[in-house]
Design a protein around this ligand. Structure first.
Ligand code: SAM
Ligand code: SF4
Length: 493
């Protein structure tokens, strides 16, 4: 029993009531994705205090753990509406020259990292992802140098390599970056990932994406990739302002119809204060569906995709049935949701690294802005400007957040990694998730229900705030407000 409601002396709230209240409040608010960051979110990453050694290191890498490499070659793109209206990824106005300069610095960052961590040299990499803003707008020769640096630094023989970007740029820029990938990277498998967002020409116009292609372009990219042995993925948004369920379904059917191997299906994250162009337009924000409708749309689309032969593999990823257990199935994202087994190295602006040495676990984040990133590489030493050192409770939240995104928390894996059972660590929270129909608990596992998948941000947020309540003192790396660690602005992916 915590307190009585003012003026109603016979109504007393238990701590469970309070936590239930917080969960229901979170479920009424806009829902986000926690795919790239998990916990803590980007806006909540503590800045490294001024004056702190520039040479602060990552912990030693454990050679028995797997390794993933994410490369954000530059933060530039060129939609005609700022940030395509909706996008919270770092994006700055594109020029070839600026992109070339940043990529040259990414090459230097890779070299500097290997000088400081020689044990990383020639380490086998399971997944290499060229992403961030619009990786396929990279000028060819700097991109070739970047590929060479990566091929020299790591063992890519077992790696899946993904190149992300806007559809038209896969086709209309020469030499093709796909050829450069094949020539320079001795990798196991290659993928293309394009942002489709919608097939509706009016929507693409509203996003300022008409220059990135239309339905014909999307189909051509699939054919272009398949002709070269690449698998091809497309991102689609739903719950767009004023969008009908029929229009959303139409997008799914058309996406399946062009032969995509995978789809990334993203509920639009948009709310006043998010910082995107659309978030400053009250009429657009007001025309978003309420969560009760938005979750219904999600359930409909999920069912439709299953009917079209796509199997859900993670919170936002759907893959054609025939890729089940196939060696060419998409692995990067699923492996990144296994922090008990994989370290992650992020190069380039906004690059995220996560390293667990068993003695300590650390997440670091590179500067977002091109100019700050270039200056950081020029200074030498570490490139990142934000760092977070996990205590045990934080690692629990991080792991659970990752596993929710993977759609499966194996209770025994959690015990092996963290030494306890998630139901003992968060008994009240999981009981409430079950009560609200968000998870299904068995003796072996905890899985989000299809309904709960839409609200996984609310679950992750509640777990995080519970861990914050337990944590007694501040972080060791910077002044750091406990409140902010779970602040979600600009960290929705
Ligand atoms: C880095 S972007 C895409 C790559 C490429 N720049 C493009 O626009 O085609 C990755 C994906 O994140 C998704 N995304 C970005 N902002 C989002 C938001 N506010 N809500 C939901 N998904 C979002 C989009 O589907 C986008 O394709
Ligand atoms: S969605 Fe892609 S093209 Fe649009 S602003 Fe974001 S990174 Fe740039």
């Amino acid at each position: 029993m915590l307190k009585a409601i003012d003026g109603v002396s016979d109504v007393q709230l238990t701590e469970t009531d309070m936590v239930r209240g917080e969960l229901l409040r979170r479920m009424r608010r806009p829902q986000r994705h926690r795919l790239l960051h998990g916990y803590p979110l980007a806006a909540a990453m503590p800045r490294i205090a001024e004056g702190r050694s520039r040479d602060a290191l990552l912990p030693d890498f454990d050679p028995t753990r797997g390794l993933l490499v994410g490369v954000l070659p530059h933060p530039f793109c060129n939609p005609t509406v700022s940030g395509c209206g909706f996008c919270t990824f770092a994006h700055e106005a594109f020029t070839s020259q600026k992109a070339a300069t940043v990529i040259e610095h990414v090459v230097r960052e890779i070299e500097q990292t290997l000088l400081v961590h020689p044990s990383l040299a020639r380490r086998p990499v399971s997944g290499l992802y060229f992403g961030g803003g619009t990786a396929n707008l990279s000028p060819p020769e700097p991109f070739r140098a970047l590929c060479r640096a990566l091929a020299q630094a790591f063992d890519l023989a077992g790696a899946e390599v993904t190149l992300e970007g806007v559809p038209a740029a896969f086709l209309n820029r020469r030499p093709w970056l796909t050829e450069i990938l094949r020539e320079e990277l001795p990798a196991r498998h290659f993928r293309l990932s394009m942002g489709i967002q919608s097939f509706d020409p009016d929507r693409l116009k509203q996003m300022g994406r008409r220059g990135f292609g239309d339905a014909d372009t999307f189909r051509e990219v699939v054919e272009f990739g398949h002709a070269r042995g690449f698998t091809v993925s497309g991102d689609l948004l739903f719950n767009l302002p004023g969008q009908s369920l029929d229009a959303m379904k139409d997008d799914m059917r058309r996406a399946a119809g062009i032969g995509l191997d995978h789809m990334g299906l993203y509920h639009l994250v948009l709310f006043a204060g998010l910082g995107t162009a659309w978030s400053r337009d009250p009429a657009l924000v007001a025309s978003l569906p309420e969560n009760g409708i938005a979750v219904g749309n999600w359930l409909e689309l999920r069912g439709l995709l299953h009917g079209l032969g796509f199997r859900q593999t993670t919170l936002t990823n759907f893959e054609r049935e025939e890729f089940r257990d196939h060696e060419r199935r998409f692995v990067y994202e699923a492996l990144s949701f296994q922090p008990d087994q994989y370290d992650m190295l992020g190069f380039g602006p906004t690059g995220i690294s996560f390293v667990d040495s068993h003695v300590s676990a650390v997440k670091v984040l590179n500067p977002d802005a091109a100019s700050e990133y270039v200056a950081a590489v020029d200074r030498g030493g570490r490139t990142w400007d934000r760092a977070f050192s996990y205590e045990l409770d934080d690692l629990r939240v991080f792991y659970l957040t990752r596993r929710l995104a993977a759609l499966h928390i194996d209770r025994l894996d959690y015990v092996f990694y963290l030494g306890s059972d998630p139901l003992d660590d968060f008994p009240r929270e999981f009981a409430l998730f079950e009560e609200q129909g968000l998870v299904r608990v068995t003796p072996e596992s905890i899985e989000p229900t299809p309904f709960g998948m839409f609200y996984s941000d609310s679950m992750a947020g509640l777990l995080a705030s519970s861990a914050q309540r337990k944590r007694s003192s501040g972080a060791d790396l910077a002044e750091f407000s406990l409140e902010r660690r779970n602040d979600n602005r600009y960290g929705h992916m």
